[in-house]
Design a protein around this ligand. Structure first.
Ligand SMILES: Nc1ncnc2c1ncn2[C@@H]1O[C@H](COP(=O)(O)OP(=O)(O)OP(=O)(O)O)[C@@H](O)[C@H]1O
Length: 557
């Protein structure tokens, strides 16, 4: 039993040892379980962390992928830039090679040019020395020319003095003769139209006329036989006429005339004015000047006096007016002050019409009054003149009034005399001197004889022609009487025989300068009229009127 008991005790002890071992094992298991739970938690945490890290790494990988693609693209671009640059570089290299060659060529050329330059320089040096020599020669030639010119001027002065002496001895009436050119309208109408289109020599082969017509031959046939033998002084004109004698033989006659100056058909308005300009100057100096244009209808009187519309064709009136204005301007700095006024009258059938008046026809009655201060015509417009252009517009007003009158009354412009008067009065504010001059520019009526005037049985035309003839012969008589007055001091001058001579009384006397421009037609058909005109002008030319006197007064007179 004891043994049993010992055994039970042993067993109990074993049991207790085992229970405590079990308790220990249980607590160990508990702690291991706890450790296991902790380890599981830790594993879970690690797993989560790992998953996060994987996600991050994947994102990083994708980012890196993108970056790599971008970098690859950049690399590609850079590669193509590099290729281009390489291309450029190779081109530049080629250019440089080319430039180097060119540079080399230029250097060679430069050296050769330098050599040429040196050669030229030495040639220039040689030329310079010969130029200097030539300059010296030129200077000495110029001095010689200047000496010769001075000699010429001196001779010219002497010539002018002699000329003036001759003029003074001859008196103060001059006659110029001007022959107008042939106009297209002078030729038959077919030639006329072809001349207008070509204005030069033309051969016309007109199908309706059997022979070709030479316009120049027609021109020569139309032209009267006129020659101008005095090629130096231009003072002579010779007319040749041929007629049939009673026995049927051809009779040729030559007529010689000499005047102060003869202007051939090609003479320009400037050529004529050059010879007249000193007269325009004279009226500024206080002389009475009268310039007449005389000649048959269509001979160029109005062209000479008024002229055409262009600068070249300006007539004597606008040129004289310009000259007067220029001369008065020049005298301003010598103390002279000038007042100028103008009037433009027409004498038709012995009646005065004011070309600057109002209305188409002047119905006023005008009287001529000779006063101490000069000749005045009552009731006419006298315009103060300020500029040459103002005078030109006055002329065109007068011209248009004459044109109206001409259409209303039978070519009246060629059947009336027109008188443009420019009065100048000057005062010298420094010396007190005064002077009064006048310039009368007269376009006379056509001088044709009664038989050629187309008057026929037309009473008005007959009266016109008689009036014209009367006034023109009155003009001739006045000039002749003035010539005789030189010999007989008490000689009566018949100024009152016509309106024209009465109007111009003060400008047609021993104290005035008179110029008659005889206008001639060049046509053979007008030879008879031309001879008559030339004879009249010769009578005038042979007249000696005394020496012109300046109308000057001193301050005390
Ligand atoms: N020197 C010239 N140069 C060019 N044409 C001219 C010349 N002289 C006159 N004429 C022309 O001749 C024509 C007749 O001239 P103008 O009218 O001047 O004659 P006129 O003698 O005044 O005639 P009228 O007595 O009928 O007034 C005009 O057409 C004019 O232009």
């Amino acid at each position: 039993m004891e043994s049993e008991r010992a055994k039970v005790a042993e067993l109990q002890q074993n049991h207790m040892a085992l229970s405590s071992e079990l308790a220990a094992a249980k607590s160990q298991e508990m702690s291991q379980r706890r450790e296991l739970v902790n380890a599981s938690d830790e594993i879970e945490n690690l797993k989560k962390k790992h998953a996060r890290e994987v996600t991050d790494l994947e994102m990083d990988a994708r980012k890196k992928d993108r970056e790599m693609r971008d970098l690859k693209e950049d690399l590609r671009l850079v590669q193509s830039d590099l290729d281009r640059e390489r291309e450029t570089v190779s081109q530049l290299k080629a250019t440089i090679t080319h430039q180097s060659t060119a540079h080399l060529t230029l250097t060679t050329q430069n050296s050769s040019l330098q050599a040429q330059l040196t050669a030229l320089q030495s040639a220039i040096d040689v030329s310079s020395s010969s130029v200097s020599q030539l300059r010296l020669d030129l200077e000495s030639s110029q001095r010689r020319i200047a000496d010769l010119e001075a000699e010429v001027r001196e001779s010219e002065t002497v010539r002018r003095k002699l000329h003036n002496m001759v003029q003074e001895l001859k008196g103060n009436i001059r006659v110029f003769c001007r022959v107008r050119p042939i106009l297209p309208s002078d030729l038959p109408s077919d030639i006329h139209s072809s001349l207008e289109s070509t204005s030069s020599l033309v051969m016309l082969s007109n199908s309706s006329s059997p022979n070709p017509v030479d316009a120049e031959t027609m021109r020569a046939e139309a032209m009267a036989q006129m020659t101008f033998p005095d090629k130096r002084d231009h003072k002579e004109i010779v007319l040749l006429s041929s007629s049939e004698s009673a026995t049927g033989q051809e009779r040729k006659e030559t007529y010689n005339f000499a005047f102060d100056r003869v202007f051939e058909p090609h003479s320009s308005q400037m050529d004529v004015f050059e010879e007249i300009s000193h007269l325009a100057q004279s009226c500024v100096d206080g002389y009475n000047v009268c310039i007449f244009a005389y000649g048959q209808t269509g001979s160029g009187k109005s062209f000479t006096m008024e002229g055409g519309p262009t600068e070249d064709t300006l007539g004597m009136i606008p040129r004289a007016v310009n000259q007067v204005f220029n001369a008065t301007d020049d005298l301003k700095n010598k103390g002279w002050e000038y007042k100028m006024e103008g009037q433009f009258l027409e004498i038709y059938n012995e009646t005065i019409n004011d070309l600057l008046g109002k209305g188409e026809f002047d119905k006023k009655k005008h009287e001529i009054k000779h006063e101490k201060s000069g000749t005045r015509v009552t009731d006419v417009v006298v315009v103060p003149l300020k500029s040459p252009s103002q005078v030109r517009s006055l002329l065109s007003i007068a011209q248009s009034r004459r044109t109206v009158a001409a259409t209303l009354m039978n070519e009246r412009s060629s059947r009336s005399h027109s008188v443009f008067t420019l009065r100048i009065s000057g005062t010298n504010v420094q010396t007190g001197e005064t002077c009064d001059g006048s310039l009368n520019l007269v376009d006379l009526a056509g001088s044709e004889r009664l038989a050629n005037s187309g008057a026929g049985s037309d009473k008005d035309r007959l009266r016109e022609t008689q009036n014209i003839n009367r006034s023109l012969s009155a003009l001739g008589d006045v000039i002749a009487a003035l010539g005789e007055k030189g010999e007989k001091a008490d000689k009566h001058i018949p100024y009152r025989n016509s309106k024209l001579t009465y109007l111009l009384q003060n400008s047609l006397s021993g104290n005035s300068k008179t110029l008659m421009v005889l206008n001639l037609s060049p046509l053979a058909a007008h030879l008879g009229e031309s001879l008559c005109s030339l004879r009249f002008a010769t009578k005038v030319n042979n007249t000696t009127i005394g020496t012109a006197k300046k109308q000057a007064r001193t301050a005390s007179s």
